[in-house]
Design a protein around this ligand. Structure first.
Ligand SMILES: C[S@@+](CC[C@H](N)C(=O)[O-])C[C@H]1O[C@@H](n2cnc3c(N)ncnc32)[C@H](O)[C@@H]1O
Length: 198
């Protein structure tokens, strides 16, 4: 059973602080923890929990990296997360910080095969939301969007129109989101929730 110290640690500190304390800068790298990422993603996910929602949610993630976002998303339900490679800290970080054990990770090196696997999963199971955080090129985002849009709710990461440096780095994400039509966008930068217009 979890000791009191561990429990209060889990309740009082942000994921950023906990990961940084344990793994340093290397643990934070590539994740969405900077600039209140945990709080923002939590708020956006919380907005999906309507009175008629079937819980736990079923969440699909493209781009696991070190598993930080998957751990945060798993507070809301079961997370199926995909990546083309495993990072050195993925397993250790997951072991250290997962709270619920409902993260299902898959690494498939070939992006084409990875998409087929996701397509097969979507054909057989209902999902409530997808978190799109894989390759950030225009082509890849477009493919991920077409693959998952049937879910009806997608959250894009790395929409940074008001941050000069990141706006350059993630120009394709910004252009893609800004070009989306006939939809409802809820922006909590750097996250954007996409839903089709009703
Ligand atoms: C920014 S990181 C994801 C960060 C993670 N979501 C988080 O916040 O903790 C992007 C990840 O996408 C992965 N990736 C790159 N190309 C991909 C592809 N075609 N399909 C899925 N994942 C891909 C990279 O290996 C990398 O781990």
């Amino acid at each position: 059973m979890e000791g009191n110290a561990d429990m209060s640690n889990r309740l009082c500190f942000t994921m950023y602080e906990r990961v940084f304390e344990r793994f340093g800068e290397q643990g934070i790298r590539g994740s969405m923890l900077r600039e209140n990422g945990e709080e923002k993603l939590t708020r956006l996910m919380g907005s999906l929990i309507q009175p008629d929602a079937t819980l736990p949610l079923r969440i699909l993630e493209i781009g696991t990296c070190q598993c930080v976002s998957a751990i945060i998303l798993s507070r809301f339900g079961d997370v199926h997360t995909f990546d083309v490679r495993e990072k050195p800290l993925t397993h250790e970080l997951y072991q250290a910080f997962h709270e619920t054990g409902n993260v299902y990770r898959k690494v498939i090196p070939d992006p084409k095969e990875l998409r087929s696997e996701i397509r097969a999963l979507l054909d057989t199971a209902r999902f409530d939301v997808a978190f799109i955080d894989g390759r950030h090129t225009a082509k890849a985002i477009e493919k991920d969007f077409e693959l998952t849009r049937g879910i009806g709710r997608l959250i894009f990461h790395d929409y940074w129109p008001h941050d000069e440096r990141r706006a350059r780095r993630f120009a394709d994400v910004i252009a893609f989101v800004d070009g989306l039509q006939e939809c409802r966008l809820t922006k909590l930068e750097p996250f954007v929730l996409w839903e089709p217009a009703t």
